[in-house]
Design a protein around this ligand. Structure first.
Ligand code: FMN
Length: 187
């Protein structure tokens, strides 16, 4: 496979909450992604999009999100945990598309203010993205105590954070290449 074209990974932030802490995790995931020469990274903030109503009818889409997801080769969702699930704004954004996800990979990272790192949000997102035709990686990343996880420059205070994110990227990149080959070549 030619490697001259980079693979586009959308890093999807999971919430529009004004005081959101998990956005720092999404920014960090995007920053780590930019260190891989074969990847092009776009951080997608649901705050910057408008999805009127519900569903995926033409009037419920944001054309910029449609364009981005059509071009994307893979996704890395960074979701906080709200009431043992993922936020409604993330669901609303994901729901607005369908065909653009099919046979593309997704890695998921969770975040929470406690010690579990959003594990229930990640697990509750798995059946949702599967229904959308996305292929979920088996390596997730977690940001426990996300409000204290980054210094003023946005770097993680715990060195294990980078290891976890890179482990997730390793698998996401393998699946991105494999599924891109499949979409282009396997009938
Ligand atoms: C509506 C709401 C529900 C929450 N429910 C949970 C929960 O079920 N489990 C949990 O570990 N943390 C829960 N939290 C705490 C979040 O993990 C914490 O606020 C975290 O910073 C959320 O990410 P955010 O700051 O990006 O919104 C909840 C927070 C909010 C705002």
């Amino acid at each position: 496979m030619s490697m001259d074209k980079k693979f586009l990974i959308l890093v999807l932030a999971g919430t529009t909450r004004v005081q959101r802490q998990s956005f720092k995790a999404a920014q960090y995931v995007a920053k780590v992604g930019e260190t891989y020469p074969e990847l092009e990274i776009e951080l997608v903030d649901p705050e910057n999009f408008n999805f009127p109503g519900d569903g995926n009818d033409p009037e419920g889409k944001d054309p910029r999100y449609s364009e981005l997801t059509a071009k994307a080769d893979g996704f890395f969702i960074v979701t906080p945990e709200y009431n043992h699930s993922f936020p409604g704004s993330l669901k609303r954004m994901l729901d607005s598309e369908l065909e653009n996800y099919i046979h593309k990979p997704v890695a998921i990272a969770g975040a929470s203010n406690g010690g579990w790192g959003g594990v229930r949000a990640v697990e509750s997102l798995v059946p949702t993205v599967r229904e959308m035709g996305l292929a979920v990686t088996f390596t997730s990343a977690y940001f426990p105590r996300v409000q204290d996880a980054f210094d003023a420059d946005g770097n993680p205070v715990d060195e294990r954070t980078e290891t976890g994110v890179r482990r997730a990227y390793d698998e996401l990149i393998w699946m991105t290449k494999t599924l891109k080959y499949g979409r282009d070549n396997v009938k």
